[in-house]
Ligand binder design. Structure first.
Ligand code: SF4
Ligand code: SF4
Length: 433
């Protein structure tokens, strides 16, 4: 039963085999002023100022850290404009008119292998911090904070599992940029003086397995190996990946570094490579545009800040344009829906999934227990839902909804098509009161 409910329908073949289309030249690029982790910001430029590609033009302020804002292209700061962010909110974006000259900021400078070999962990941490690198798999957690751990690290895990259905942007990155990934891993191994790294992929990704088996022959003795994990969802969740790759079961809330492990998404590791090698922030990213509402789904490599609307015509437009659409940024299980396609690709947008709007009728709960059997953290979603419905705060807290990772499996597996995950989200709000 558990296998059945966690085995998500394979929808990746829509685009996984197609090479990435490079679309790097929007007329206007947009940088988010705020995000879910940083509610305030400060700008270092004024309207009409010329900016360089990769120049720091502002900073976002979070609770305990800052995120530098870099211009993805050279051009002119035009002003602020509202668009939808991946968190589903309409927010101010910094609008840069692209001059198409690709004038790099002088801070971008290639380091020689000798210079890189001398870098200490503290120096690499500072470089990554200045480049504003965050978890590009969608977590957006500042990477430099991971680097700041003082725990000894003896294993680095690279997450290429990409377990959400539909999305194949990491799949294409792995096939198209293996040397950037491997060099990024080597830099992290150097920083932590760590001798072993595992690149984790699902065992069904036969093309990646074949490619890396061949490429890793060139890096024999490096300590970098491939690790095949099972094909279940959510294998990309760090707790599940660590358990599968090492047999170690983290305690609830325990950091991997406590067990000598640190993990990074494949896109983040390319970000590490670019930061250390070229002192460059992330100004490009791979995204998947797919779903049954898109005529020709594709993977793209685009400038961060590209409006999604510009890419839809390159996919042949919307299928069934007369039908209302649902837009999801991120995967269908954990992503956020946005009300329109007026959204911007930020560093952490992995995909845009477009569905034709369908009306589902929720049926009453039949107490089948599918949601309980599916839950990877061992919660009882149906009980939490009932406690939310009866507004029983004590019962809600006792059922531990804060352990929920919002994987969406309880809703996916629900026999009665109940949006169980939405109830759990509400329960998390109650539990914090
Ligand atoms: S969304 Fe939360 S409650 Fe539902 S299955 Fe996933 S972890 Fe469990
Ligand atoms: S909420 Fe859905 S999956 Fe859970 S017990 Fe009820 S009908 Fe079954």
């Amino acid at each position: 039963m558990i296998e059945k409910t966690r085995h998500i329908k394979d929808t990746k073949k829509l685009v996984g085999q197609l090479p990435t289309i490079r679309y790097v030249e929007p007329k206007y690029a947009f940088c988010a002023t705020t995000n879910a982790r940083c509610a305030k910001y400060e700008l270092f430029v004024k309207e009409g100022d010329h900016v360089n590609k990769c120049q720091q033009i502002g900073v976002r302020n979070g609770g305990f850290f800052e995120q530098p804002i870099h211009s993805p292209c050279s051009g002119t700061f035009v002003g602020l404009e509202k668009h939808y962010h991946r968190n589903g909110k309409l927010i101010d974006f910094i609008k840069i008119e692209n001059d198409f000259k690709d004038t790099f900021d002088p801070s971008c400078k290639e380091r020689t292998p000798e210079e890189i070999a001398k870098l200490t962990k503290a120096e690499m941490t500072e470089i990554i911090k200045k480049c504003g690198l965050v978890g590009l798999g969608g977590s957006s957690f500042p990477t430099y904070i991971k680097f700041q751990t003082d725990k000894p690290i003896n294993l680095i895990l690279i997450n290429g599992i990409e377990c959400e259905p539909y999305i194949t942007s990491d799949h294409r990155i792995m096939l198209e940029y293996p040397y950037r990934i491997i060099n990024g891993i080597k830099y992290v191994m150097q920083a932590f003086n760590c001798k072993k790294a595992l690149i984790c992929i699902k065992s069904k990704y036969k093309d990646i397995e074949a490619a890396y088996k061949e490429i890793l022959k060139e890096f024999e003795g490096s300590g970098i190996e491939l690790c095949l994990v099972k094909n279940y969802y959510p294998q990309g969740w760090e707790v599940a990946m660590i358990k599968e790759a090492t047999g170690i079961k983290l305690n609830p809330g325990e950091l991997p570094s406590n067990r000598g492990i640190i993990n990074f998404n494949v896109s983040t590791i390319i970000g590490v490579y670019k930061a250390i090698k070229y002192n460059m922030p992330v100004v490009k990213r791979n995204i998947t545009i797919t779903g049954d509402g898109i005529t020709h789904p594709h993977n793209f490599r685009v400038l961060v800040g590209t409006p999604i609307k510009e890419l839809i015509p390159l996919c042949g437009g919307y299928k069934n344009p007369e039908k209302d659409k649902v837009f999801i940024l991120g995967g269908p299980m954990m992503g956020a829906s946005v009300p329109s396609d007026d959204c911007i690709i930020t560093k952490t947008v992995t995909s845009i999934i477009v569905f034709d709007k369908a009306s589902y009728k929720e049926e009453p709960c039949v107490r089948c227990g599918s949601c309980v059997l599916s839950c990877p953290v061992g919660l009882e979603p149906v009980q939490i839902m009932n406690a939310v419905k009866s507004l029983d705060k004590e019962r809600i807290k006792a059922l531990n909804p804060l352990k929920c990772i919002e994987c969406g499996l309880c809703a996916y597996s629900c026999t009665s098509k109940i949006q169980v995950t939405d109830y759990i989200r509400r329960a998390k709000i109650f539990a914090k009161l």
